[in-house]
Design a binder for this molecule. Structure first.
Ligand SMILES: [Zn+2]
Ligand SMILES: [Zn+2]
Length: 674
């Protein structure tokens, strides 16, 4: 007991962000060296990447619209829109209608709607010719739940409303066989909201337990929504959420103008609310009782988008969050509507604040379930992440989403045909990804044999006696080369790989290949096994490689073949499509083209191999790398092919055919520097 009090006593020292106005009233806020907080930093990153990105977003949108229309072609409606009367949801109705969709608008009525909001919904739906349906909650029951939440003294007072919206929309969608729920959620204007201010409304156990403790009646008709119903609606009923505003140019100001001019929509301003209860909660209960002032988050968002300055926000925040002259009347109104006296309300305001952790909840289960979900289904972005604005090879800005690979963020350059992901992984993403790997120490004997066959071919280039393997991995190739008397050099990223390669006698450099590290024309041979698909600056990498390679020297490069039979057969299930590991997808054409720009001329180009293990694992949706072990299908087959002259000849024949049609899994290029 004492310990708990001690921890609570040690309040965090007050700090405010130097860029936005978020502060330690969010107890989990983190500041960087410049005093800028995680909220504005993440917001700026998010909005620049995930909002409307021109042509690519339009291509993605068209694909989605096609799917939505197809899903509802035998139905009166092809999508459902939840409308609240506010800007975002009304603008969604406007956009959806203009895109040729046939939406059903649903309004969840919890008994607190302002007249203006209801009028807006009526006007917008009327003018657009959209059918509109109200989902009215049983007021006595809902009142009991709301009052229970007030009594629980947790900051998430609006959780019953949020849950009811989710529940009601899904329920109506399922009843009408509608597959798509179009949400007004968007990255452009929906801003900062700290986790500590808002807990997951899908934790129905929390809602039930609070209602059980503080409520007075049985829950009968409340539209429950939890992860089980989410799974049911998603997987059994096939209902999907689509965030349409991320695909169109969207600014609040423009949206308001459009709605006012075309649909008789009325702006009741930021200080009023669609719901009288929401307004009261956000302007009075949350700031006064919990020191949680939503204005802080709203202003911070507006600072990031340039709508207001930090000084203006600070000045506004000095003012009370509620109106002093009307607050008494508001208190009376809310108390009366909830069926309590003003004194009872004041007692609730004065009761010590608690958190959802003080009540039975499913946080642990939810974390576990979402963890499992992410593991199995991956995180498929439903939006374009456009870090790269132009082609990585030819700098053309004429990029198109690659049909069938939209959700992998793959684009194809209209000028040179190069395929790559526009997404650039962050250091964090790369670390997380590569940490899943365990280093496999098994080197199949056949690989040693292949390396030596390759080294045989390299003998004719031996002059300076220097050989470099870019991205040396476990150093197996360098080890074989060293046995043949080459001076072996390598590059790697992690300390672990560096020391493994060094222990095998390689002269190592750490990091991205730099031309500064070696004299011009230093190497006879540079090898690059499965490296070039990992990098997103092939031009720099090849320019550096070319510089340090001597004239007449050999550049040997292998990479997965995007034109391979496997990729054509497996399409986007081809597990070489693996973000954030693989960023570029070469064909012999694109690779040859970029080589030529650096004076590297292909002497021999092969596309060989069809990996059964890869096809098998790809078909089972395993996104992980399948290591070659003695028992794997590939290794058994490879050994089989080595057994007799017949099999060796058969393999040669298969590989010639694969090369002839450029269909093999792996491109192998032997390029000579001219
Ligand atoms: Zn900030
Ligand atoms: Zn290009």
């Amino acid at each position: 007991m004492n310990k708990v009090i001690e921890v609570n006593m040690r309040e965090r020292e007050y700090q405010q962000c130097t860029r936005c106005v978020m502060d330690t009233s969010d107890k989990y806020i983190v500041f960087d060296g410049k005093g800028q907080c995680n909220h504005c930093t993440e917001f700026i990153e998010r909005t620049s990447k995930l909002t409307y990105q021109g042509k690519l977003s339009e291509q993605m949108l068209n694909k989605e619209l096609e799917k939505i229309k197809k899903s509802g072609k035998n139905n009166k409606y092809d999508c459902l829109i939840g409308v609240s009367g506010g800007v975002d949801s009304c603008y969604v109705a406007y956009v959806a209608k203009n895109m040729g969709l046939r939406p059903l608008a649903v309004h969840m009525d919890n008994g607190w709607n302002s007249e203006e909001a209801v009028n807006n919904i009526k006007n917008v739906c009327g003018k657009l010719g959209i059918d509109y349906q109200s989902y009215v909650l049983d007021w006595e029951e809902f009142k009991d739940i709301q009052l229970a939440f007030l009594k629980s003294s947790i900051v998430e007072i609006e959780m019953p409303t949020d849950t009811a919206i989710l529940g009601a929309l899904h329920k109506v969608a399922a009843e009408n066989n509608i597959e798509y729920v179009i949400s007004g959620g968007n990255y452009a204007t929906e801003g900062i909201l700290p986790d500590s201010w808002f807990y997951d409304p899908k934790d129905f156990k929390l809602l039930k337990s609070i209602h059980k403790i503080f409520g007075t009646r049985k829950m009968k008709s409340f539209p429950a929504f939890d992860f089980k119903s989410e799974a049911y609606y998603k997987f059994i009923k096939g209902i999907k959420l689509f965030y349409i505003l991320n695909y169109v140019p969207f600014s609040k100001e423009e949206a308001i103008k459009t709605l006012e001019n075309e649909l008789d929509w009325q702006n009741y301003g930021g200080k009023h609310y669609e719901s009288k209860f929401t307004g009261f909660v956000q302007s009075y209960i949350q700031p006064v009782k919990f020191n949680v002032d939503y204005r802080r988050a709203t202003f911070s968002t507006q600072i990031c988008t340039g709508e207001i300055t930090r000084e203006e926000a600070l000045k506004e925040l000095k003012k009370l969050s509620y109106k002093e002259d009307t607050i008494q009347a508001e208190k009376e109104y809310v108390s009366k509507k909830l069926g309590i006296t003003i004194n009872e309300f004041e007692a609730l305001m004065n009761a010590p604040a608690k958190t959802y952790k003080d009540y039975p909840n499913s946080e642990k289960n939810l974390n576990f379930i979402y963890g499992v979900y992410r593991r199995f289904f991956g995180k498929k972005p439903m939006y374009i992440i456009k870090d790269h604005q132009s082609c990585l090879i030819c700098s053309s800005i004429d990029l198109n989403l690659l049909a069938g690979y939209e959700y992998n963020n793959l684009v194809k350059c209209a000028d040179c045909g190069f395929v790559f992901t526009t997404q650039e992984p962050t250091e964090k993403e790369l670390l997380e990804h590569y940490n899943q790997y365990s280093r496999d120490d098994y080197l199949p004997p056949l690989t040693i044999k292949r390396y030596n066959e390759l080294l045989d071919e390299m003998e004719v280039y031996r002059k300076t006696n220097n050989l470099l393997d870019v991205g040396s991995g476990m150093g197996y190739f360098l080890e074989q080369a060293k046995l043949r008397g080459w001076n072996v050099y390598g590059t790697e990223f992690t300390d672990e790989a560096m020391s493994i390669c060094k222990s095998k006698g390689a002269d190592m450099r750490q990091g991205v290949l730099s031309a500064e590290w070696f004299k011009e024309g230093f190497f006879d041979v540079i090898t690059s096994f499965e490296v070039i698909e990992h990098i997103n600056n092939p031009q720099i990498e090849l320019s550096n490689s070319s510089k340090i390679l001597r004239k007449g020297g050999l550049f040997y490069c292998t990479t997965p073949n995007f034109n391979s039979f496997s990729r054509r057969y497996l399409k986007n299930k081809w597990n070489n499509i693996l973000y954030p590991e693989h960023l570029s997808y070469y064909t012999t054409q694109t690779l040859t083209k970029v080589f030529a720009e650096h004076n590297l001329w292909p002497k021999k180009t092969l596309t060989t191999g069809v990996s059964l293990a890869r096809i098998k694992s790809s078909r089972h949706n395993e996104k992980r790398f399948v290591p070659i072990t003695t028992g794997s299908a590939d290794e058994i087959l490879r050994n089989q092919f080595e057994k007799g002259a017949f099999y060796r000849r058969l393999k040669k024949l298969i590989n010639s055919i694969l090369t002839l049609f450029r269909l093999g899994d792996t491109i192998k290029i032997y390029a000579i520097k001219k």
